[in-house]
Write a protein that binds this ligand. Sequence first.
Ligand SMILES: [Zn+2]
Length: 342
Amino acid sequence: MNHKLISGTLLSLFLLGCSSTSKVTNTKPADVSKYMNTITADELKTHLYIVASDEMGGRDTGTEEQKKAGKYLIDQYKKEGISFPKEATDWYQKVPSEFMARGFAPKLNDSENIWAFIKGSEKPDEILVISAHYDHVGTKNGEVYNGADDDGSGTVALLEIAQAFKKAQKDGFGPKRSILFLHVTGEEHGLHGSRYYSENPLFPLANTVADINIDMIGRRDKLHPDTNNYIYVIGSDRLSTELHTINEEANSKYTNLELDYKYNDRNDPERIYYRSDHYNFAKHGIPSIFFFNGVHDDYHMPTDTPDKIEYDALTKRTQLAFTLAWELANRPERIKVDRDGK
Ligand SMILES: [Zn+2]
């Protein structure tokens, strides 16, 4: 009797010990595919039909409709048990109207970047940023410019990536470094939100290990008429050889997309490298990678609607961003800056 009691007590102590430690870190190797596969076409579609609905009015910077879309994003994070960074007072980084003033362009209202945060378990002070702009060009002459691809696609990708990391954390596989999910504003008016963040960072830029920027990943362009199984990768090799290599390794291990470097050409006449939010990180020396599907006939037209999105492609590209983020957040050493940015 006594023996049983003792062993019973020991057993329950042992179990108690296991369950409390497993909440912090799981020592078994994580099954990255399991979490990658929580990123589904159905969930991306559900979010995108709301974010890019007529009700959101094309999400022009500083409008009530943009704020409504922002509230939807925040509600999704809350549902997942993900909060804003505790270093901030709330979900918003206010981007003042004056900051966005540009020449003779009409004055924009104050607007907001939105942030969500998963704290790292081992190196919480090292920050991986995953960014996408949630603004678009609004409503003109009564027509809503839904911006499903631009950049509803990147916006909902962030929600799904955050959910996957949170699920892993609940199983004891939380990221070792912290991840800041940054929904920037004012992109269409001149990359304002990301520029504001880079000049007013919540976490020191010196501790920011990389930016993964996602802007338009739900469609295909005319150069890929026969397949959507590709993604343009821009900027990955400009500051860090490792960033470039890790992305290629993640892709060959998990997603097998054709990685197209056309727009990474230093002589690209369209200068795509300078045209999305990652550039405001890269110019400060932070290794940055930009995922992009290229332009199409519906680019910046009222016809960029959620029914035209290729959800299988959106899913795979989101999964690539996730597996890259996983490696950047979990590898023993942060990636090195060994290139000059050119
Ligand atoms: Zn755009």
